[in-house]
Write a protein that binds this ligand. Structure first.
Ligand code: AMP
Length: 397
């Protein structure tokens, strides 16, 4: 894939779609700089070549035009400190003054544009708006994986206003796509997908796609109970999507036909309440008492899943095995994380992606002990479902 490495930016100006959608405190200070830090290598490469940069991003979900709460001016000093270069700011992203500011940039200078979503046209993927954004520069770089599943003006539509040789991916995007590709298209068998989290309905397409790639699919978390009920088990008041029982059955049938092993938990830690202080005990998963709910996988399932994980050569993990935010129900998720680390040490390629499994791997300080932690929640899931993303296609086509 074509990255910033293949372009010499000397005396060129690049407009870069970054993901600076960072959390701000009440005093408008950036409370987590991860996303800004992630973009720095791409920006440094361009500046070191002798180019200049126009940065564009969204921040939050402004409802109706400009709103101080969502202004990117609050992050200027943070970007500047992390980059080690002064960052200028334009209080509009497409007006005449914004275009003037970008046209006056000298080599080594950086301009940050105001929040793209202050214009409704951004999320609508409006062509005229995208064309105006394209006027900022002669090269377009997309480094915002977190929004690459959106066909917005700045993430996809803008690309059509640049010749193929003048558009490319930044290092964040390239890293994500290359690592997901290792799992989806270059996986070594046995490939095990571990899918958890709350809802089956969110993960149906993913499970279907993964059946074409994986040898084993482990299902944990709240979604497992819909499968257990579909197979005739009693699940008490555990999480269940009754309108998905047929879907769950169909998925199990399909797996059988395709020769994919589906692992459903055999036991659970059940509680009489959705609370860490609730009474809790071990139970078989197919016979949970009325009034009790499963909040974690049990010891037997944890051990069985661990064996499968440790014998895998490729692992994708999306979604926790239980309510890992509560200490009494974190064991299944925690043990899965440590088993994935062990598999990594034994030479497996392991990719963790999707908000809550990333939160889990961070909770146990294991992010550096797996092969790759994806930064994109929705983008990663959609990549697996669709095999590509609008933001990726826009540059590759
Ligand atoms: P998702 O966003 O679909 O990946 O779901 C993640 C959430 O599912 C986490 O906040 C978990 O606490 C929750 N979760 C996992 N297992 C269960 C369960 N057995 N019952 C209820 N919620 C669960």
């Amino acid at each position: 894939m074509k990255t910033v490495t293949s372009i010499n930016f000397l005396n060129k100006r690049a407009v870069i779609r970054v993901d600076f959608n960072v959390p701000l405190s009440d005093a408008f200070e950036v409370t987590d700089t991860t996303r800004i830090k992630a973009a720095i290598p791409t920006l440094k490469k361009i500046l070191n070549d002798g180019g200049s940069i126009v940065l564009m991003s969204h921040l939050g979900r402004p409802k109706d035009g400009p709103d101080n709460k969502y202004s990117l001016k609050h992050i200027v000093s943070t970007v500047s400190n992390l980059l080690g270069t002064e960052v200028k700011f334009s209080d509009d992203c497409i007006d005449e003054n914004a275009i003037k500011l970008s046209s006056e940039l000298k080599a080594g200078e950086v301009l940050l544009l105001e929040n793209l979503r202050f214009y409704k046209e951004e999320e609508k993927g409006d062509e005229a708006f995208a064309e105006k954004l394209s006027k900022h520069a002669n090269i377009y770089v997309n480094d915002a994986f977190g929004t690459a599943h959106r066909a917005h003006a700045s993430t996809a539509v803008i690309a059509k206003f640049f010749e193929p040789e003048n558009k490319c991916f930044g290092f964040v995007m390239a890293g994500e796509v290359e690592n997901i590709d290792k799992v989806l298209n270059q996986s070594q068998q046995p490939f095990t997908a571990i899918i958890g989290g709350a809802k089956v309905s969110d993960k149906i397409l993913i499970i279907e796609q993964l059946m074409n790639k994986a040898k084993n699919i482990i299902i944990g978390g709240g979604m497992a109970f819909t499968f257990v009920k579909a197979m005739g088990g009693k699940i008490g008041k555990s999480l269940c999507e009754d309108d998905r029982l047929e879907t769950a059955k169909n998925l199990l049938e399909k797996a059988k036909i395709k020769g994919v092993n589906i692992y459903i938990p055999t036991d659970a830690i059940v509680a009489d309440n959705f609370s860490n202080d609730a009474n809790h005990k071990a139970s078989t998963i197919t016979n949970i008492e009325e009034g009790w709910m499963g909040l974690d996988i049990g010891a037997e399932s944890t051990k069985q899943f661990g064996e499968v994980i440790k014998n895998s050569k490729t692992i994708l993990w999306n979604g926790p095995m239980g309510v890992f935010e509560m200490s009494n129900f974190e064991n299944g998720t925690k043990q899965a994380a440590f088993d994935i680390v062990e598999a990594t040490k034994n030479g497996a390629f392991t990719l963790i992606g999707g908000g809550d499994s990333v939160a889990a791997i961070n909770k146990y300080n294991l992010a550096k002990e797996v092969s790759y932690v994806s930064t994109g929640g929705g983008a990663l899931l959609e990549y697996i479902e669709q095999g590509s993303l609008p933001g990726v296609k826009a540059i590759e086509n």
